[in-house]
Structures are given as structure tokens and as C-alpha cells.
Design a protein around this ligand. Sequence first.
Ligand SMILES: [Zn+2]
Ligand SMILES: [Zn+2]
Length: 342
Amino acid sequence: MKAARLHEYGKSLSLDEVPLPEPGPGQVLVKVAGAGFCHSDLHVIDGELSLPLPLPLTLGHENAGYVAATGKGVCSVKEGDPVVVFGGWGCGVCGPCASGHEQLCDEPQWAGLSRWNGGYAEDLLVPDERYLVKLSKIDPRRAAPLADAALTPYRAIKKALPYLEPDYKVLLIGLGGLGQYGLKLLRILCGCDVIAVDINQEKLKLALKEGAAHALSGRDPKLVDRLLDLTGGKGVCAAFDFVGSDQTLAAAVASTRAMGKVTQIGLAGGTARLKVLAESRFEVCFEATLWGTLKELREVVALAESGRLGLEETEFAPLDRINEVCERLKRGGVTGRLVVTP
Ligand SMILES: [Zn+2]
Ligand SMILES: [Zn+2]
């Protein structure tokens, strides 16, 4: 089968012919229909994340497709079933795994980000049937981004629900693939008005169309003043930063009210400073959330299957054009999610 593999950090992926994996006991082989190209893959390819990855490796942690073959003992899925693949694979026995937070496993074995290959290939070997969430109506090619672009903001918002009081506004910074799902999910999960911030005017227009109450340019040097004006000086009850740079984190912290919450989702390498009596209010809670649990993925898929969570605009590209996809994402020339279709 064909697989787009990373051989060396800083270099393009190469399209290799590799042996078709055979599912062992409990494992499932999935014919990949769609593999969402994630911004974090860019950081991996460029060697910016200090993950000790065994190269060559097939990346791709946002996958969906059809069951192609099942190993001995697999009983919950059969050949041909359309599925979304949960990618936060763990050891299954450590503390986080035992409490259902496998994506935070002490020894993560994430799809395409560990010794396990990911979905930028014709087929994907899934180590356990429990990682598959069955689809009924949605096309797996369009469902792939649910496994990360929708799941990650879903967890971030769910964990902030106690802070989301309807008398206050919510701040959402960064309207990329994840941020756009973040906006949709905020509209479903809470009654707060959303203030969307991005440096791209087209994305701000889209945010207003998608129900944001306000849209502000991230390039505005007076951004924090504008945010405080919009909230009557009180600040927002929660801020979700899908960028994660020094600048965006500072704006999020400075505009969050006392007893509010700042959640960092984006990994642009910034540092959040909570300096009370100067840059932040008292009792502001900060959390950097990661991905989501299997249970949360099932909830996201159910929301999408019910039609309440609309799928984002998706663009498709064949596997042999994956390096072009990579370049386009780097330039920021993608509005929705780019999905590779092996
Ligand atoms: Zn990702
Ligand atoms: Zn574990």
C-alpha cells in the first residue's frame, strides 16, 4: 500500500510503497477514506515538537474510513463498516487511561505520533476495536475532522462549562479548523455571546455568519481595550485561545474576568502569564487542554450525526498531493479543513 512518510525532520513527506499491515488479535485494519491534515503535523514535520518519534513514520491522527479486515476476537465491527478512528491511543492501564483519559496516557501511543503509523496511507492499523466509533449517515471523508478539529474544542469547552455564565461574553481567538468548530460548539453548548478574534478578515466574516456576536481583528493594537469595552469593563467569563502565541495568550488573560477561565488549545509556543494586580484578575483559572477522550468523541459524532453540529467546509486532496497540502496550510491559505483522501 502507499503511505506518505516522514523520513527526516524539516523535509517533505515521501510517498512510499509499504507492506499492508495484518491485524493481530483485537486489532482492526481500516481502509482510510479521509485523513484530516492538522496544523500540529506541520510542527512535527518541522521538528518543532520534542516528540521522540521513530522515523520513518506515517503521520495522520484525524482519520475515518471503512473496516477492511478484523483480527481474531474482534466483535463490535465488521468489514465495510464506516468508522471514525479515535487517535489518542494509550497503554490502557496507567492512571489517565484507567480513568478514561487515554489521550493523556503516561506513555502515549497516538496514531501517527508514536511507534504507531497514522492515516496518511491507504490503510491504517488500529490497535484495538474500542477506538472505532461507527458512523451511520455521515460520509467518512467528511467525518475525519471530527476526530480532532471538533473533538479538541469540544473537550476544551466542556471543561469550561461551569464558567460559561450567560450574563457574560466568551472570547474565542483563532478561527482555523479547530476554532471554527469551537464557535459552532459554543453556540450549541452555552448561551453566552461569542466574541471572535482573528487576523484574517474573511474568517471574521465567516464567524459572524456562523453566529458570533462580535468579530474583532487580532491585528488591532487596542484589542484588549475593545474587548473590555464590549464587556462593560468586566471582562469575558472564559477565553479560548486556539493560537497560543505570547500575544494571543496575553490578550486572553488580560480580558478574562475574576473567577474566569483561560483555556489554551493552540500550540504556537507562547507563554501565558498570570500576574495578578498587573496583567490578570484574581482567581483566574488557566488550563491547556489536550485533544479529547473516546467518550467525548462519541458525543461529538452523535452531535454531528443528529445534524445539530454542522460539518465544516472541507477540501479534499489525493495522497500524492500531500506536500502541496502541507505548503498551503503553512501559508494559511485554507478556510476549512483539508482532508487527504488516500
Ligand atoms: Zn491535530
Ligand atoms: Zn496509559
